[in-house]
Ligand binder design. Structure first.
Ligand SMILES: Cc1cc2nc3c(=O)[nH]c(=O)nc-3n(C[C@H](O)[C@H](O)[C@H](O)COP(=O)(O)O)c2cc1C
Ligand code: SF4
Length: 681
């Protein structure tokens, strides 16, 4: 039932614009652009949130106003006229659902790369390197300032032409605020020194933009109001900047940021990931609202509706950003309105989405595989024409998702799990307490399966006869895998797996050598558990750095812990063999780069992480009896047509194998398998 008094559902008046509720998605570049343009994939992604009832979607993230601000992570090119029709279509479509559309504009300054786009030099107020992008910026000159100010104005005008409801400037870690911050501005001219001088460039931009778009167009600023950094912009000066913008009459809202983003560890404090405190800057944003008495927006891990509601009820914010929360579930508002809050798919803070864009990929949610694929797969599962009888084996992420999707399709589904618990490898991940939120991936699906009336048979090992006895129309094998050891010259029987450590099956005993050539969370989580047990630990990786399958933001907590606990990380090194000597073990290490180089380590335990070997006996036993004989028509699957050929017409059932039962991958791949197949069957 709708709660019309819900503070989150009350409209907010911003100048002439009525935002229909208090929930927004803040700017975030999902890297879905094509040639810097927001084409269909981009548009459909935003339209989905509009369908889901969001009041305001801030498009782009760091759309570039100038040629010498080339995309750092797939950003839109707001300096090109050809962007206008794309944005117009996006805005028109979102407006059709009553959702306001704005865009974030920026000059990235030193937070991009000179070796991208047109190979123009990157620049900053002073030639101080940004650690994250590693470039030494040119000191900005007077003619640069002139042309960039003009670029901001023409980009803003383009956005107005596209029919957007407004713009916001990005002023944290980019060019605008790098003038404000003592950490990045050492100038002695009219653009350095006093706060007035340091604000000169941003004021010039605001004035030029206002001239270009007139007094009515909405212009806001997403600004750092405290860099929380001894060398950076202080809280006093930051709040003073906010006050000055509020008093200027030229800015319509403040979107508050606290912290600095010039390296990964600092970025994590601005955009906290799982295991970190929720809504850490909400009170600060509220203080800025109180100090300025001005519309304040803010986002930083306000992932659940209760916290969002608290932010509005307590007058801390005017608009609450629930950005990753919408990547996980674009229909949050619709579910609140319908009184189905408990059905919101939770954002578990895995930050797979953001880590992917920094690694050159596109933003994908670890457990919502429809996000960013709206043109291919609907978020709302359509009912099948003909209900079928489906049997799913394995209640890990793949099997749970398959059962959910098939039940939504209207099929009758039974789910079998050999152990006493659903969740598969997620149950291992959460043995690292810092990652306990991952259980949300399992719990949400279990709640959905209960709602959909899907029976789960725990502690039930389903063999081929058991499955065939059920006379199914469809069998989904999601039986996962087993931990496996890397190939060693000798001593494979002497090592234990990261699973053994995480599951608690083997007690860690120091000193430990942990060899990880899988490169993801599994090995590092085992390392975290071992280090937290206070044991002496060396992590060995054959790669150029440890855990390369993990992005920068997820790297931070491991790197922090390793530094704090004295964990040694040895790169470019491979475990060759293990032998027993006395009470302990001797690990022999070699190098892919130098054949003769060998070293030895005397340890009590050698832990290895080498992904999983498939557990697919059931699949191979059922395969000859199935209608498709296990085969898949990949072109049909990709083109979203029925993907299972009829090779054995006498058979009564189709057979699919998904997740780690095919090969060792990750949760997203498992859930995507389940969704992409089952939504077609
Ligand atoms: C994939 C991705 C890209 C982002 N890119 C930008 C960006 O370009 N500009 C920006 O101001 N914030 C960017 N952000 C940060 C978000 O706007 C937001 O501040 C952050 O996700 C914290 O809010 P949340 O906890 O509600 O997700 C990005 C976030 C994500 C997940
Ligand atoms: S990947 Fe993780 S952080 Fe990103 S939206 Fe999905 S659940 Fe949230």
């Amino acid at each position: 039932m709708t709660n019309t008094k819900d503070p989150l559902l009350q409209p907010f008046r911003l100048k002439h614009l009525t935002l229909k509720n208090r929930i927004m998605s803040t700017a975030h570049e999902p890297a879905y652009s094509e040639g810097g343009m927001p084409t269909d994939r981009y548009r459909l992604y935003h339209v989905e949130k509009a369908k889901g009832g969001i009041a305001l979607t801030m498009t782009a993230g760091s759309a570039s106003v100038s040629r010498d601000s080339p995309p750092a992570f797939g950003n839109l090119l707001a300096w090109k006229d050809e962007i206008v029709p794309h944005l117009k279509r996006l805005a028109d479509d979102c407006h059709g659902y009553g959702t306001a559309v704005m865009i974030q504009l920026t000059h990235l300054g030193r937070r991009t790369n000179w070796n991208k786009g047109d190979w123009l030099p990157v620049l900053a107020p002073s030639p101080i390197r940004e650690p994250a992008h590693r470039h030494f910026p040119k000191e900005i000159e007077d003619w640069d300032i002139e042309r960039i100010v003009a670029d901001y104005a023409s980009a803003a005008h383009r956005m107005q032409e596209a029919g957007l409801d407004g713009i916001e400037f990005e002023a944290y870690g980019h060019l605008m605020d790098s003038f404000w911050s003592p950490a990045t501005n050492r100038r002695e001219d009219d653009f350095g020194g006093s706060l007035e001088n340091r604000m000169r460039f941003s004021n010039m931009v605001v004035d030029a933009v206002r001239k270009a778009v007139g007094p009515d167009f909405i212009v806001g600023i997403r600004m750092v109001a405290d860099e929380d950094w001894d060398r950076g912009l202080s809280r006093e000066e930051g709040v003073e900047i906010a006050r000055r913008f509020a008093a200027s009459g030229k800015i319509d809202f403040l979107n508050i940021i606290r912290g600095h983003i010039d390296h990964d560890a600092a970025l994590n404090d601005v955009i906290p990931i799982q295991g970190m405190a929720a809504s850490p800057h909400l009170d600060f944003a509220g203080e800025v609202r109180a100090a300025t008495k001005f519309p304040v927006f803010h986002a930083a891990r306000i992932a659940d509706v209760a916290t969002a509601r608290h932010a509005i009820t307590e007058g801390k914010l005017d608009m609450v950003g629930m950005t990753r929360a919408h990547i996980a579930d674009p229909h949050i508002v619709r579910k609140i309105i319908a009184g189905r809050e408990q059905q919101i798919r939770p954002c578990v803070g895995a930050t797979y989405c953001l880590d992917r864009i920094y690694e050159g990929g596109e933003a994908l949610c670890i457990h919502n595989a429809a996000t960013g694929r709206e043109g291919l797969i609907a978020h709302e599962i359509a009912r099948a024409e003909k209900p079928r009888k489906a049997v799913v084996i394995g209640a890990g992420p793949a099997g749970l998702e398959a059962a959910r999707v098939l039940a939504e399709r209207g099929h009758s589904v039974e789910l079998f799990e050999a152990t006493g618990k659903a969740g598969g490898q997620v149950n291992l991940m959460i043995r690292n307490p810092r990652r306990k939120e991952m259980i949300g991936i399992v719990d949400w699906r279990l709640a959905e399966l209960e709602r959909l009336g899907v029976p789960i048979h725990y502690d039930t090992y389903a063999g081929p006869e058991d499955v065939l006895a059920l006379s199914p129309d469809l069998v989904v094998v999601a039986t996962g895998g087993f931990a496996q050891s890397p190939e060693l010259e000798s001593g494979e029987d002497l090592v234990v797996s990261s699973w053994d450590i995480l599951a608690g099956a083997v007690k860690p005993e120091g000193p430990v050598l942990l060899f990880d050539d899988n490169g993801g969370h599994q090995g590092m989580s085992a390392a975290e558990v071992i280090a937290n047990a206070g044991l002496d630990l060396e992590v060995v990786s054959p790669e150029r750095f440890f855990a390369p399958e993990m992005g920068g933001m997820n790297h931070v907590p491991y790197a922090t812990l390793f530094a704090e606990r004295g964990v040694r990380v040895t790169i470019n090194t491979r475990l060759k063999s293990v032998r027993r000597e006395g009470n302990g073990l001797v690990a022999t290490l070699g190098s892919d780069f130098s054949k003769g180089t060998m070293e030895e380590r005397r340890v009590a335990q050698v832990v290895v992480e080498h992904g999983t070997a498939v557990n697919a006996d059931l699949y191979f036993e059922l395969k000859p009896h199935s209608r498709n004989v296990g085969s898949v028509d990949y072109p049909a699957l990709v083109a979203r047509r029925h993907p299972l050929p009829k090779r054995n017409p006498e058979s009564g059932f189709d057979l699919i194998r998904i997740g780690d039962a095919i090969e060792s991958r990750n949760i997203h791949a498992s859930i995507y398998d389940a969704l992409r197949y089952c939504s077609l069957l």
